[in-house]
Design a protein around this ligand. Sequence first.
Ligand code: 13P
Ligand code: SF4
Length: 300
Amino acid sequence: MQKSFQRKIQELQKKQHAVILAHNYQNPEIQDIADFIGDSLDLSLKAIKTDANVIIFCGVDFMAESAKILNPEKTVILPDKTANCPMAGMVDAESLGWLKKEHPDAEVVAYINTTADVKALADICCTSANGVKIVKSRTAKKIIFVPDRNLGLYIQKQVPEKEMILWPGVCRTHHDIQKEDLLALQKEHPSAEILVHPECQPEIIDLADFVFSTNGMVTHAKESSKKEFIIGTEKGLCYRLEKEIPEKKFYPIPSAVCPNMKKTTLEKVLKSLETLEPKIHLSEEIMQKAHLPLQRMMET
Ligand code: 13P
Ligand code: SF4
């Protein structure tokens, strides 16, 4: 069954001149058919570089929207239109507008996990891979950072010279990882190195050996002399790690699941290639305004 889906997807992909991009948290069968797998930054870069007419984005809404903003002339499809990032929904343009008015001397750094109309109000975007570099690069002393408070706290610690105003958003998948989860795995696997995502709470970050974006974890695990790793992020990343580095061991946090990332199925990918729906639609005005902060991030 799975094989026949895969074959049909490949055939239609050629016919439609489509590229399949998949985030590191996608289900194994989606990672297996993807042309590229990556983190938010890497997939945005792949979206810019592709010469395909159609981008099938296996991820969540803000990722597909970013691909559309960066490639307005291309057809960008999110195979399940309900696959959203709840954290991106925690900040809205109107409330951010009010906060900007209260702090006219601040620059706004928007995590890429935001809606297009929030990006449109930002000076620059960032991802978990480049957040520290992006905040350091700004000339303003005061930075409004939206929406992830945990990532903001992590950046603030690395860049103490800035005064960061943090929005109270969180990613539940990462925020709910508990100290006890890590300590239990560490007890079972005492030689394992602990890698965590910066969306985790500060006490989790304090326990970690390293803090990385999801692609950062893959690169580190490949280059490290260590053989075992506790992976403090959504557990789907472990499929990619095990596939690309079969000689090493990876221990996921069993409860760390992002349900929206799991909504993409082979059936939905096939249907989206047949119908070229559901497309990402954004207004011209919002796309133009949101392009600048994404472009600035790419150039920093
Ligand atoms: P990465 O960019 O590190 O893959 O993170 C994306 C995300 O949504 C984390 O939850
Ligand atoms: Fe959003 Fe968290 Fe899911 Fe990432 S893991 S897409 S931040 S809800």
